[in-house]
Design a protein around this ligand. Structure first.
Ligand SMILES: [Fe+2]
Length: 242
């Protein structure tokens, strides 16, 4: 489905008996993060879908040029405009794979449908930033090492406070905030949902953004490694919680 609204969701099919309460905890956290940040991006993408002649990349360039303070800050952080586009692609890799894993991991039909729609939106966001990255690279060429370091740096940042705090705020508002505790509580529930095809897709998107072939021996090895690392982390988190 392309453009969708909350009215498109078959809410009458909602069946709470099919909901896993552990999943509900992370969905609540995700809803806080989305409300805080993603609504804006969703509107951008809908605007593109509503008007096929809309050149998002050009409009985005204008917006960035006019929005000087933020632009300076992010450019300084990533080193270049191309670097910033790679970082944005990484955010969409994270969100699209997360919602795909959630879509495939839940049995409740309405939540599944919403996750399917959001996952498709996030893939579209990735494509928009990837297209913009291609344009940026024409003027602002950066090498593989730089591209990789920006990508891996942004992936590492994904473990930041935001989700841990959202998990805490959504589920444990009474006690004090303990970053380590809640980031582990969140990760333990989220990582359980990932299956190997999600990880393979995730690795392919990362490789594409840094300029490497998304389907290759390297991609296959990378996705196996990422899958093992994820399972290892999950096992450690589960042991820690026991
Ligand atoms: Fe997005």
């Amino acid at each position: 489905m392309g453009r969708w609204t909350l009215d498109d969701i078959a809410w009458e099919r909602f069946d709470p008996s099919k909901l896993d309460p552990e999943v509900v905890r992370i969905v609540k956290a995700a809803s806080l993060v989305e409300y805080n940040s993603a609504a804006y991006a969703h509107h951008l993408c809908r605007a593109v879908l509503a008007d096929a002649s809309y050149d998002f990349a050009a409009a985005f360039d204008r917006f960035r040029a006019g929005y000087q303070i933020d632009f300076d800050a992010v450019t300084a952080r990533r080193g270049s405009r191309s670097g910033e586009m790679i970082a944005r692609c990484m955010v969409e890799v994270g969100t699209s794979s997360y919602y795909s894993a959630l879509r495939d991991g839940v049995r409740e039909p309405v939540l599944k449908e919403i996750c399917r729609n959001i996952a498709a939106d996030e893939i579209r966001h990735y494509k928009l930033f990837y297209r913009n990255l291609t344009r940026c690279l024409e003027r602002d060429q950066i090498g593989l090492v730089h591209r990789l370091s920006v990508a891996l740096g942004r992936i590492a940042e994904a473990e930041d406070d935001e989700l841990a705090y959202a998990y805490y705020a959504a589920n444990e508002p009474a006690g004090p905030y303990d970053r380590r505790l809640y980031s582990r509580a969140y990760a333990r529930r989220a990582l359980t949902l990932y299956q190997q095809p999600h990880v393979r897709h995730m690795v392919a998107m990362v490789l594409k953004a840094v300029g490497l072939a998304p389907r290759s021996r390297l991609a296959e090895a990378g996705s196996r490694l990422a899958w093992l690392a994820m399972r290892y982390k999950l096992a450690r988190l589960a042991r820690g919680a026991a």
